[in-house]
Design a protein around this ligand. Structure first.
Ligand code: HEC
Length: 118
């Protein structure tokens, strides 16, 4: 049992991929960076292959509202290149993520919050 728990913690891939967090930066790191990059700027290959939008681009940010981002998280993109996170995140988690993405701090992310648990 202990071994299972340890493996679970090390891999960070238990049944809930969000780890139960309601902190925007933590959730973004867990769910979004694989495509959008750690800072919101996708890698060249992601930008080219999936046409991942650069969340640090002022032109993109100008179109984003918290409601728009939440909708994108819950619906996915129209093309479905970005999957829907409906059912994976709670409403509160979607709110936290959307608030984080549109916040000023998103462009200059602080170090991982102390409350982040692996
Ligand atoms: C599988 C790759 C993938 C993952 C994971 C992913 N995205 Fe995306 N995202 C995309 C792609 C591709 C687009 C551009 C598609 C589009 O909207 O035309 C996009 C676009 C967006 C946009 C722009 C929407 C707009 O109106 O232009 C936002 C905001 C966004 N993603 C937020 C997130 C958040 C927050 C997460 C984590 C919960 C996330 N994404 C996870 C691939 C991904």
């Amino acid at each position: 049992m202990k071994a299972v728990l340890t493996a679970c913690i090390l891999v960070g891939a238990c049944s809930d991929p969000t780890g139960g967090s309601t902190e925007g930066p933590v959730l973004f790191a867990k769910l979004c960076t694989q495509c959008h990059g750690a800072t919101g700027k996708p890698s060249d290959s992601m930008a080219q292959s999936l046409k991942v939008r650069d969340l640090t681009d002022p032109a993109v940010r100008a179109t984003l509202t918290q409601a728009r981002v939440k909708e994108q998280i819950l619906q996915g993109s129209a093309t479905k290149t970005m999957p829907s996170f409906q059912g994976l995140v709670t409403d509160a988690q979607a709110d936290a993520l959307a608030a984080w993405v549109v916040s000023e701090q998103f462009l200059a992310p602080p170090a991982a919050p102390a409350s982040e648990r692996k």
